[in-house]
Unconditional design. Structure first.
Length: 486
């Protein structure tokens, strides 16, 4: 018996003795049931999902970061990656090529249609890539994010407060305009204001930008005529509402004195009046706008955990400790996080109705939330875990089982079927399975699938109707594959 026949015999014997695994049927992709569009070495992984620009696919790839190692790309869905780079192939795997090193997140931007842009791994620039991979990345727009919260965007470009000297409390408000075309020279940064507090925040829309000066004056800079207008004195930090009609700000009679708790006020821009709404624990995320509601954490030791200010009525709602506001879901109810799970909260009655148990949750849909019962930990200990995947409807609280088991690397297909990776081993590879929405039965699409990246056809990632993308680590099969589950 030759070696080939021996291998077939062993395979048949193991198949007969082991448990049967139902295999998913696959439709045509590029003339086959599946196609590898990017070969990779066993040590490399795809991060996230492929992105299509024109007639080519672009991939962020790299090597898994070791525990505790700083990563070029961080992900809760797998280990971060180091030595990040962008690679490309045709839609069926033609002409795979290296595009650029030390860049991530290749994509098309509607501002520059047809061009492939990416971010540097250091986050200091948006660059344009050469689709042929011959020319090095060219800086399209420098980015300055030296201070947390000290940047904003509008259609003109990127606003930032650049500390001067570096790491100092005072800086300059700069505007880095977008180039009109990718072939244009990089615009020179424009200094709009000096003597600006770095920790005061910056907010921008199409007509104005707001900052806090070194004397704690909140000012408005008109982006049309360049005029400045003083809005409020004694401001420590500010947060602009989404419709720009309200400004929340912390204040103090001695704003230069360090403080962990400060008064919070609301400025009604149409009337010019300010109203005290309570005290807040200071920090860059001390106050958050949730639609038209202002939400802020009350100081430690308070009877309640947080407060909601509903606008324009200025009605205040004190929220019990242990409830974290996610968003309003109606005029009288909120979606909240409680003990790691998801619930609804009715302030009028105090009723908290749990929707889903603690786990990895998604709030993307308007009428429901989903959760996979896996405890996510930044040390990556959750990556091999699976749990029940459920959906809960906000109006009725009714639960719907999506899968008996799923890892956090799970996706929905357009027809309500779902895919997930299960039976994940220590090298973070497992079986990619298709979940039937009626029977909840699992059918295996492929094995040795990496949980670092899975993509599904969508408006932002047009792979083809019903097509999925996934990474494989399996010797000569290693790489990125496309398949279309029947």
């Amino acid at each position: 018996m030759d070696r080939c026949m021996a291998r077939i015999a062993v395979t048949l014997l193991l198949s007969a003795c082991g448990p049967s695994v139902e295999v998913a049927g696959l439709g045509d992709v590029c003339g086959s049931d599946r196609v590898r569009v990017l070969p990779l070495e066993d040590g490399d992984v795809m991060s996230g999902s492929p992105v299509r620009v024109g007639e080519r696919l672009y991939f962020t790839v790299g090597e898994p970061a070791a525990p505790g190692e700083p990563a070029d790309v961080f992900s809760l869905f797998g280990p971060g990656i180091v030595n990040a780079r962008v690679m490309s192939s045709g839609l069926c795997g033609e002409s795979p090529r290296m595009i650029a090193q030390e860049v991530v997140s290749a994509r098309e931007n509607e501002r520059w249609p047809g061009a492939v842009v990416a971010n540097t791994v250091t986050g200091d620039a948006i660059v344009v890539l050469d689709p042929d991979g011959v020319q090095p990345p060219r800086v399209l727009m420098p980015l300055s994010r030296d201070q947390l919260g000290a940047f904003a965007f509008n259609d003109d470009g990127h606003f930032s407060i650049v500390a001067d000297p570096p790491d100092g409390p005072i800086g300059r408000l700069m505007l880095q305009r977008y180039p009109v075309a990718v072939t244009d020279p990089v615009p020179e940064p424009i200094e709009l204001l000096d003597d600006v507090r770095v920790d005061g925040g910056v907010a921008a829309n199409e007509s104005e930008v707001l900052v806090v000066r070194s004397d704690h004056e909140l000012v408005r800079l008109d982006l049309v005529d360049g005029a400045t207008q003083a809005l409020q004195p004694d401001v420590v930090a500010m947060w602009l509402s989404e419709d720009a009609s309200w400004i929340a700000y912390t204040t103090d009679t001695n704003p230069d004195a360090p403080a962990e708790v400060l008064p919070l006020r609301l400025l009604n821009r149409s009337t010019g009046t300010s109203t005290d709404v309570g005290e807040v624990a200071t920090g860059p995320f001390a106050a958050i706008w949730r639609d038209s509601d202002l939400v802020f954490e009350l100081p430690p030791g308070s009877e309640y955990g947080s407060r909601i200010v509903r606008l324009p009525s200025m009605t205040t709602i004190d929220v019990p400790a242990g409830l974290t506001i996610i968003r309003p879901i109606s005029s009288d109810r909120y979606l909240v996080n409680v003990d790691g799970g998801v619930a609804t909260y009715d302030p009028a009655t105090g009723a908290v109705v749990r929707l889903l148990e603690p786990g990895w949750s998604s709030f993307a849909a308007e009428d429901h939330v989903e959760s996979i019962a896996v405890d996510v930990d930044l040390d990556g200990s959750h990556l091999r875990d699976t749990g029940v995947w459920e959906r809960a409807y906000l109006d009725t609280g009714e639960r719907e089982l999506i899968a008996h088991r799923a890892s956090i690397i799970s996706r929905h297909l357009a027809d309500d079927r779902a895919i997930t990776v299960v039976d994940i081993d220590e090298s973070l590879v497992g079986d990619l399975v298709l979940i039937d929405p009626d029977s909840l039965a699992e059918r295996r699409i492929d094995d040795h699938v990496l949980m670092t990246g899975i993509g599904v056809d969508s408006q932002t990632t047009p792979l083809g109707e019903g097509v999925i993308a996934y990474g494989v680590r399996d010797g000569s099969r290693s790489g990125v594959w496309l398949a279309r589950p029947d």
